[in-house]
Design a binder for this molecule. Structure first.
Ligand SMILES: C[S@@+](CC[C@H](N)C(=O)[O-])C[C@H]1O[C@@H](n2cnc3c(N)ncnc32)[C@H](O)[C@@H]1O
Length: 214
């Protein structure tokens, strides 16, 4: 077993978060672990898990981190971040009603998740619900995904670290992958790139950018 941090554990080719909760969120396996539980983290369902398995060196999250999560969907990755940041708060923004209902139900069980039904293009609408966040995570398949990130990063200036899932096909389905990637990176404001992880074979055409504010 290898600890990435106190709450993230790698065992052979599998990854787990240490959890207070013995309740499966998306069908993942759970087992007992020193008075708590180990929740298997599926890298085909969560790009952050895929990036860690692919060798992401730093995960700048700890038990006290406050996170702004854009594109939360039903809360698969949110639930693992909720395990890692068990004393912090996760402000989870999702604009589609159906996945939001599941996210909302998850938040009823997990007291550190604060679901927000809103469009991440308009952070000024939810800025007053969001306390000081240290970290922004974005996983949104939209053509203007870099703009969405920049707008949120401009407003939530306490966030020192960020991770952006770049979905290249959503930006352009015709241009060359390298070209889209370089262009997207050039357009990111305020943050410099620490690591770029190609998420293949878990997720094709998606890259995780890990960044720090400059
Ligand atoms: C790939 S899914 C996210 C999966 C999730 N991050 C996970 O790992 O569990 C992308 C989500 O972003 C949401 N989304 C897309 N555009 C959005 C926007 N402008 N504001 C908020 N949510 C958005 C979609 O409705 C979808 O649920």
């Amino acid at each position: 077993m290898k600890e990435i941090n106190k709450s993230i554990i790698l065992e052979k080719n599998k990854i787990f978060t240490v959890s207070e909760y013995n309740k499966s969120v998306y069908g993942e396996k759970i087992r007992n672990y020193s008075g708590k539980y180990l929740r298997e983290w599926n890298p085909r369902r969560s790009k952050l898990a895929a990036a860690i398995i692919k060798g992401l060196k730093e995960v700048p999250l700890n038990s006290n981190s406050n996170v702004l999560y854009l594109g939360a969907s039903t809360g698969t990755t949110v639930s693992h971040i909720s395990d890692i940041c068990y004393n912090g708060r996760i402000f989870a923004v999702e604009f589609a009603y159906d996945p939001f209902v599941k996210l909302y139900n998850l938040a009823k069980i997990r007291s550190n998740i604060f679901p927000i039904l809103d469009d991440a293009n308009m952070p000024e609408k939810y800025r007053f619900f969001v306390d000081k966040v240290n970290f922004i995570y974005q996983d949104i398949a939209q053509r203007n995904q870099v703009d969405i990130f920049n707008k949120n990063a401009d407003l939530f200036t306490c966030a020192k670290y960020a991770m952006l899932i770049l979905k290249l096909k959503s930006i352009s389905s015709r241009k060359n992958e390298r070209f889209i990637l370089n262009n997207a990176i050039r357009n990111i404001k305020n943050f410099k790139i620490m690591e770029i992880i190609d998420l293949r074979p878990f997720d094709s055409g998606n890259f995780l950018l890990s960044m720090v504010r400059h």
